[in-house]
Design a protein around this ligand. Structure first.
Ligand SMILES: NC(=O)c1ccc[n+]([C@@H]2O[C@H](COP(=O)([O-])OP(=O)(O)OC[C@H]3O[C@@H](n4cnc5c(N)ncnc54)[C@H](OP(=O)(O)O)[C@@H]3O)[C@@H](O)[C@H]2O)c1
Length: 333
């Protein structure tokens, strides 16, 4: 089969012929139609991610048709259109994953290929309200933001939430989940155009994080936030603390801008803030995310669809530039 291959850190992705996988016991073989990028894929290529950095088929999200089954797998999976939960081997403790945990696409072969073999426990029928392209873009951003908002930050109806970097695939799904949960959503972005697009999707207001002291303006205009959801980290994280109401929860799952270096201790403990880390989610959270997404007819926002797997490097470069508003998808031919 044809697969995109990362040969080395910072090397461009190449297309390579590799053995088509054979489904093992408890696995299905999926012929992939679409796959979608996550920033993790770009971090891995750039050598900014733990674990192997070469000899990989990347990709954590995909949609396809089941074309083969291993032993112990119900034959009725054959021919079904499915998506894949990329959060593998979480372990027994719902509070945090265990030592065997991995995310599809590193080190296991990922979705930027014509076929993939995966354990049937991670395979779910495509949500019927989504197109194939939308469904291919849901799993990783869905599980991450669902756990962040509802399990970790316990977002409730009537609360005010700030979602940072709204152009991100994750942030845009979080915006839709938070609105569906009855929260009032505010956003940040480095782009005025993206703020306007977010308002069209239901955000009440937005703030440009490139403006000096944007966080003071945000606090003044809104009265502060019960929940802040972030994936940028970096020096700006201290500003997010300023925007939280006393007793507020700041939940984050990314380090796009590197280490958080400027937390003033009393700004956190005096105001009884909670700073919550989160990553991916459990099997149950994935199922709950699918049910919530279907119930509220939530559709991942798609920025761009590239026509072939050979466009993967172009898609990676586009994500690295950060111009997207939503998910970037590859067609797996
Ligand atoms: N731990 C986990 O389970 C997990 C899961 C998913 C993602 N992540 C991490 O979360 C981050 C986002 O992932 P993604 O795939 O959604 O990325 P993405 O679609 O590539 O989006 C990146 C976004 O970062 C935003 N950004 C850049 N600088 C910023 C700043 N100073 N303040 C606020 N936002 C800023 C930009 O938003 P604007 O264009 O609007 O400015 C950009 O659209 C990545 O670091 C990724 O590794 C972690």
């Amino acid at each position: 089969m044809k697969a995109t291959f990362l040969t080395d850190t910072n090397a461009p992705l190449i297309i390579k012929e590799v053995e088509t996988p054979v489904p093992a016991d408890n696995q299905v073989l999926i012929k992939l139609a679409y796959s979608s990028l996550n920033h993790r894929d770009v971090w891995i290529q750039k050598g900014q991610y733990a674990g192997p950095r070469a000899g990989l088929i990347l990709g954590s999200d995909g949609l396809g048709t089941v074309v083969g089954t291993g032993r112990n797998v119900d034959q009725t999976w054959e021919g079904k259109t499915v998506i894949i939960n990329p959060s593998h081997d979480w372990g027994e403790n719902p509070a945090a994953f265990g030592e065997q945990f991995k995310i599809l696409g590193n080190p296991e072969p990922g979705t930027f290929a014509e076929y993939i073999a995966v354990d049937v426990q991670y395979v779910h029928e495509k949500p019927t309200h989504l197109t194939d392209i939308e469904a291919s873009a849901l799993p990783l951003a869905g599980i991450t933001t669902y756990r962040a908002l509802f399990t970790r930050a316990a977002l409730k109806a009537g609360e005010q939430i700030l979602i940072t970097g709204i152009g991100a695939g994750t942030a845009l799904l979080a915006l839709q989940y938070a609105i569906a949960a009855g929260a009032s959503v505010y956003v940040t972005s480095g782009s005025e155009e993206k703020i306007e697009k977010a308002k069209a999707l239901g955000a009440i207001d937005g703030f440009n994080y490139k403006e000096a002291n944007w966080f003071l303006k945000a606090k003044e205009r809104t009265g502060g936030f019960d929940v802040v959801l972030d994936s940028a980290s970096g020096k700006g994280f201290g500003d997010l603390i300023e925007t939280a109401k006393p007793g507020g929860r700041i939940v984050f799952f990314g380090g796009t801008n590197g280490p958080i270096g400027n937390i003033i201790p009393n700004k956190v403990y005096w105001r009884n803030l909670s700073i919550l880390g989160t990553t991916m989610g459990t099997l149950q959270e994935f199922k709950d995310m699918l049910a919530f997404t279907a119930k509220h007819h939530i559709k991942p926002i798609i920025d761009k669809v590239y026509p072939t797997l050979s466009d993967a490097q172009q898609a990676f470069d586009y994500m690295h530039e950060g111009r997207q508003f939503g998910k970037i998808v590859l067609t797996n031919v």
